[in-house]
Design a protein around this ligand. Structure first.
Ligand code: ARG
Length: 295
């Protein structure tokens, strides 16, 4: 299922046609959201959180997906698991196979069972992991390849395991800046499947913050994605890259001004959704979104 959109304004954009692909997502209402522990540099328990504000902001994201034509499934929030709203960490799914999470920190360990049970109950061929991994927070599908992050959360061994589970090429990337501790905080997939540019085929494209990666990973990304958007540290540090693209609409933080402009220049349609309250837990738009890729 896809619809064609003619992109707006600028010269380059006018020549580019982007294609929206409809998706199915898993989300979790932040009913129990708070910051009561610190497992990333954004989390400061002394700073007050407002659960109602988190719920309101989350609802806008949820309703935006529906308005764009996507499907959203919900998993029940569990009391005492304030980070469960970040469903991206709950697994990684391709072709109806769900690879479950094994959280790095004890504080989130309790989320694994509810996510794995949800995948089973919803008909996914569910695989329990041996290795520590935090799902789509660290694994991103781009074209046929899985980009896999390590350095802070998911281990290198999980990269091998995920390659075995899905039988796909896995490209390991090492994160080095503690602010960007999951791959999805430093890199966004813009065209998960082949896009079309100027009437011809184009490689699946990404946006990323080069300085969040070690030199080896930067070289790999530069070689594989010569057309990638490089975002500024300024946009990266408001979680601008923690965004969600359907190939045409890219939901981003309203604070990521430079990234918004870069997207428009490439013919994408930036859609602004503010999740500032959820950033207090070190998460944004992508963190609250898990893609359910069916069989
Ligand atoms: N507080 C959560 C943690 O540190 C935030 C998770 C953000 N998720 C993401 N996909 N980047 O684990």
């Amino acid at each position: 299922m896809s619809t064609q959109n003619t992109a707006p304004a600028t010269e380059a954009a006018r020549e580019t046609t982007r294609t929206q692909h409809l998706r199915r997502y898993l989300m979790c209402r932040p009913e129990h959201f708070t910051v009561s522990y610190t497992i990333n540099p954004w989390m400061v328990p002394a700073n007050p959180t407002d659960t109602d504000a988190a719920l309101r902001q989350w609802q806008v994201l949820h309703d935006t997906y529906l308005a764009l034509g996507h499907e959203v499934e919900l998993i029940d929030p569990v009391e005492g698991l304030p980070d469960m709203v970040y469903t991206a960490n709950g697994g990684f799914l391709i072709d109806g196979i769900a690879y479950g999470p094994k959280f790095r920190f004890q504080e989130r360990a309790g989320e694994a069972v509810p996510f794995i049970e949800w995948f089973r109950a919803n008909g996914f061929d569910t695989r329990e992991p041996v290795e520590v991994n935090e799902g789509e927070g660290d694994f991103l599908l781009v074209g046929d390849v899985i980009l896999a992050g390590t350095g802070f959360r998911s281990t290198g061994d999980s990269h091998r395991e995920i390659g075995d589970v899905f039988g796909r090429e896995v490209v390991s990337l090492t994160l080095t800046d503690p602010r960007f501790y999951h791959l999805d905080t430093a890199l966004a997939v813009l065209d998960p499947v082949q896009g079309v540019s100027n009437g011809g085929p184009e490689r699946a494209n990404i946006a990323y913050l080069p300085s969040a990666f070690d030199p080896r990973s930067q070289a790999i990304l530069a070689e594989r994605f010569p057309e990638a958007i490089h975002v500024s540290d300024e946009d990266g540090s408001v979680f601008g890259l923690n965004s969600s693209s359907d190939g045409y609409n890219v939901i981003i933080s309203p604070r990521a001004k430079g990234f918004e402009k870069q997207l428009l220049e490439r013919g994408y349609n930036p859609v602004l959704v503010d999740l500032s309250e959820l950033l207090l837990g070190g998460g944004g738009i992508k963190c609250c979104t898990l893609e359910l890729r069916g069989a």
